[in-house]
Design a protein around this ligand. Structure first.
Ligand SMILES: [Zn+2]
Ligand SMILES: [Zn+2]
Length: 373
């Protein structure tokens, strides 16, 4: 926890007038308008305001004094104590409505709008645009081989009317709509509330103009775009493809977010995927398996002539090296495993039955040898 008395340079018994006096003196010294571009001064200015915000209010001061002294007494544990930075937890120190920033602008600079010309808006922080999530269904072959396709996405792009600034160029200053002019917003963390500097106005509570009517002050408008995207070969079910810079436009000059496409792959009637390997089942006739054969089988590239060696058994798995799915990260190819399935001939015909018996007689063998007796 920051020591607010130290920040304002007053002792703990200082009265409200001393606190206000110290605050004004410091605020005058560190005000951003007098220290353009000075980050350290800006930080200091924020601290001074934070300290003043609390100490000027008798009720908050009491809470702070109590909280601070409790923290200092508890020597063990990560209790709050002087030097521990960050926001308060457990207390709501933010103001609503009345603004200390308003106070300082009144007391030091008079009416802000008259003093600050257009174009000197500061403090609105550049924010990266949000990532957009998109879901894409691909058939098995397109996922395995990759595809370039056009999709339609709804996203926010920089508002043309205000050039992304969110301000109506013809207007004068206005109260910040995000914080209602207080310069502070409340954040919820679990069940605790704490105040922080308003990101929209940087704590000043004012914007140098009315919100742009086209975008409502966001600086961005919702739009639908057609986008050409390339899905790399080898994506799997639930793979995520990130298209950099195709998400929402940033705010206040921040960079664009990304478009993240989640892939859903529909199953294939022949191929099953196992990591980078493909598996398929190949039905053979009795004769093909026994005598060997050259069979045209489907592959990712189209088809391939597959050589079945003589005496191939049902259930045997034969490997075609490199005919699997490419790993989109490494570029390495998996293999294709072909599992043999022997389909018996139809034996409705008497002649077929006799011929099969003939084979048994001519070439007797025990296929159950390995079972033992
Ligand atoms: Zn604000
Ligand atoms: Zn606009």
């Amino acid at each position: 926890m920051k020591d607010y008395y130290e920040i304002l340079g007053v002792n703990k018994n200082a009265g409200i007038n001393d606190i206000k006096k110290a605050y004004r003196k410091l605020a005058r010294k560190y005000h951003p308008d007098l220290n353009p571009g000075d980050k350290a001064a800006e930080q200091k200015f924020k601290e001074i305001n934070e300290a003043h915000e609390t100490l000027k209010d008798p009720e908050k001061k009491k809470q702070y004094d109590l909280y601070g002294s409790l923290g200092a007494r508890g020597a063990s544990g990560p209790g709050p104590g002087p030097g521990r930075g960050g926001d308060f937890e457990g207390f709501d120190f933010s103001t609503s409505g009345n603004s200390s920033f308003g106070d300082i602008f009144e007391t030091i600079f008079g009416n802000v709008g008259d003093q600050r010309p257009h174009g000197t808006r500061r403090g609105r922080q550049a924010e990266r645009g949000e990532d957009l999530l998109y879901s894409m269904n691909l058939n098995f072959m397109d996922a395995a081989n990759g595809i370039e396709t056009t999709i339609q996405v709804s996203h926010k792009q920089a508002c043309v009317a205000c050039k992304g600034k969110g301000i109506d160029a013809a207007s004068k200053k206005s109260t910040c709509p995000t914080c209602g002019g207080s310069g502070r917003v409340q954040k919820q963390s679990g069940f605790m509330k704490f105040g922080s500097i308003c990101p929209n106005c940087g704590g000043s509570g004012v914007l140098p103009g009315a919100p742009c009517r086209s975008c409502g002050g966001d600086g961005r408008v919702e739009t639908t775009s057609r986008l050409r995207v390339r899905i790399p070969a080898g994506v799997d079910n639930d793979s995520k493809v990130r298209i950099a810079g195709k998400g929402n436009a940033g705010r206040n000059g921040g960079p664009e977010g990304d478009l993240i496409i989640t892939i859903h792959v529909t199953p294939h009637k022949v191929f099953r995927r196992n990591g980078q390997d493909l598996e398929m089942s190949l039905p053979l006739t009795y004769a093909e398996a026994a005598l060997g054969a050259k069979i045209e089988i489907p592959t990712l590239e189209g088809s391939s002539l597959f050589k079945v060696p003589p005496g191939t058994a049902s259930g045997q798995k034969l490997r075609l090296k490199g005919k699997g799915i490419v790993n989109p990260k490494t570029g390495a190819n998996g293999d294709l495993y072909v599992e043999i399935r022997i389909v018996p001939p139809s034996t409705k015909d008497l002649k077929v039955r006799e011929l099969l018996k003939e084979i048994e007689k001519v070439s007797p063998y025990d296929p159950r040898e390995e079972l033992g007796r």
